[in-house]
Write a protein that binds this ligand. Sequence first.
Ligand SMILES: Cc1cc2nc3c(=O)[nH]c(=O)nc-3n(C[C@H](O)[C@H](O)[C@H](O)COP(=O)(O)OP(=O)(O)OC[C@H]3O[C@@H](n4cnc5c(N)ncnc54)[C@H](O)[C@@H]3O)c2cc1C
Length: 389
Amino acid sequence: MLTSGRDILLNEEEKLVKESIKQFAEDKVKPLARKIDAEHYYPTELIPELAELGLLSVFVPSEYGGSGMNNISYSLIIEELATVCASTSVIVSAHNSLAIWPILKFGTTEQKKQYLPLMCTGKSIGCFALSEPGTGSDAARQTCTAKEDGDDFIINGVKNWITNAPVSDVCILLTMEDASKDHKGITAFIVDLKTTEGISIGHKENKLGICGSPTASITFDQVRISKKQLLGERGKGFRVAMETLDGGRIGIAAQACGIASASLNDALRYSTERETFGVKISEHQMIQTYLADMATDLEAARLLTYTAAKMKDEGMQYSKMAAQAKLFSSEVCMRNSHLAVQIHGGYGFVKDFNVERYMRDAKITEIYEGTSEIQRLVIAANLIKEQSN
Ligand SMILES: Cc1cc2nc3c(=O)[nH]c(=O)nc-3n(C[C@H](O)[C@H](O)[C@H](O)COP(=O)(O)OP(=O)(O)OC[C@H]3O[C@@H](n4cnc5c(N)ncnc54)[C@H](O)[C@@H]3O)c2cc1C
């Protein structure tokens, strides 16, 4: 097993989390990973086991039935799952960081009591609906509308690319109440997807990677929801969305580390087995350069990721570090998976080996929860703000 400098950052409890999740991932998730990818299969049978281990309630305190872990543990969980199956890691990260976390942070006590216990058991899965067909990076331009009507709101519009939408019961929904106020017109809601009239889920997207993570649009047609479903204050939804994404980015960085780590492991193993010109290919200096760069980049990506997680745990400002972790780790993930295919030569291009899956799964880490271009904007904006303070 390869050593990692990351481990000196972990306390005994976090090391235990890492070891137990690693074992679970190897024993239970890895055997399903190819099926999940090839058949675009949602691993329903894993959900109760994930819940049993506390992986569907990572941030939730025990009073609501959760496992009450910190962000370092969360990152370890997502990294270990992604090392064997990126799809499973996304199912878990969207549920925890995009659906549960905003309820914990912005929800009322009543909302927490209503939603969290069931979400912790996995009987209720969550999703987060910000993006729209015409609105991704420019998230303030929401066109899904919420109109006040007595004690209710009427919702109309379409949300696009929503991870977990086909399997979700609970949706964190971002809407525009007053477009003239720009991002200050955005309001967030908690929506019961399966029991509210007027909601339809689109077809499952046919994707390049993370094929077992179900992605679909959600259409709201004259959907009536009570004011009790408001998440946070009216007009403060943009803050709900941005703070949720800040934390979510740590999870995507950890996911990227997991895929980058799997790429290195497989490339290293293959390079010590395959021979050309009478020696193992690991003895060619050019291959050694690839391996050294992959390992060094991975270590650097982990340091950024676990630093961002630690900063969140310590209650520090972590928005810039989360963006830096996501930006760097996702680019490392792409490079490592690409080099893993290269090191496998022709065998890297066929599905008998896992590295082609890593390369397909890697790409999304540069796109969702803010593209690499948007991470650079976030980092630069933070730098300029820090400079002027
Ligand atoms: C598999 C998958 C799952 C997803 N899951 C979710 C989910 O659960 N919930 C959700 O709300 N969304 C989700 N998304 C949406 C995702 O977050 C968006 O696709 C992403 O934010 C980019 O938005 P866009 O696709 O509209 O691209 P655009 O915003 O149209 O961007 C197109 C290109 O222009 C670049 N660009 C845009 N603006 C700038 C700028 N100012 N400067 C420089 N370059 C710029 C972008 O970086 C990108 O390269 C998911 C997407 C996918 C593919």
